[in-house]
Design a protein around this ligand. Sequence first.
Ligand code: FE
Ligand code: FE
Ligand code: ZN
Length: 290
Amino acid sequence: MLKIGSHMDMKAPDYLLGAIQKTIENEATALMVYTGAPQNTVRKSVSTFHIPEAHSLMQEAGIPLENMIIHAPYIINLANTEKKETYDLAVQVLRSEIERTSQMGAKYLVLHPGSCLKATREDGIASITKGLNEVIQKDCPVTVLLETMAGKGSEIGREFQELAKIISLVNYPEHIGICMDTCHMHDAGYDMHDFDGVLEEFEKYISLDRVKVIHVNDSKNVQGAHKDRHANIGNGEIGFEALCKIVHHERLQEVVKILETPYINDLAPYKAEIAMLRQKEYHSEWLEEL
Ligand code: FE
Ligand code: FE
Ligand code: ZN
């Protein structure tokens, strides 16, 4: 069974239950949520999320708990060596997000590795490693997935080597995995039209079984642009055919695919995009109809 879904809003009053209902409506088999606004650390107690009801609905719909992915807020920057308060906040928020992920019954937490600002990339990587080691203990119930990044500004994770370096330096690599993002890899310079070539490059540094999630997004910019602007499936520089190949890649069958494409006319495009990817047929009119 294809494990595919999208980013889902968690809105009052139904929160996780509402996100699951919408996932089922979209005929999706997976989802990703932020446990609050992605840009800040204001968080409501998970006890308001209707978790037991959400879990029973997932079970009814045949959506396993591992297909529910949590994304940590963007403001976590473990690579900040310039401001101690920012690094300390990152450690504190990451610790709480891991706890919340586990309370929600989820296994995977996606994390942007961070930006090293004016420091060297090596120092940024060392700082990320230190932060992960402060938070992730032997019995950590969650796997933290480092996301491949576009390389905007001083983002760490634009090259597979950097992520491999972090994995090689942490105390408990068994609790670390990878989230690939097709838009980010394309913007970082990888050729998504030769995905087998990209996998070959990846496997020089990291075992493919570390990859648990793929963010499936088209890109508004050319390969190597280091921009990170997502486009709807088939409406960007990667294109429908290449993305469809990735979604159906035989070596990635167990990997959860999550769309993070932009809204069209204030409406989520996910149901249409998921249907197109499932059917392996591009229908521009389905997006135009939104
Ligand atoms: Fe992300
Ligand atoms: Fe992403
Ligand atoms: Zn992005």
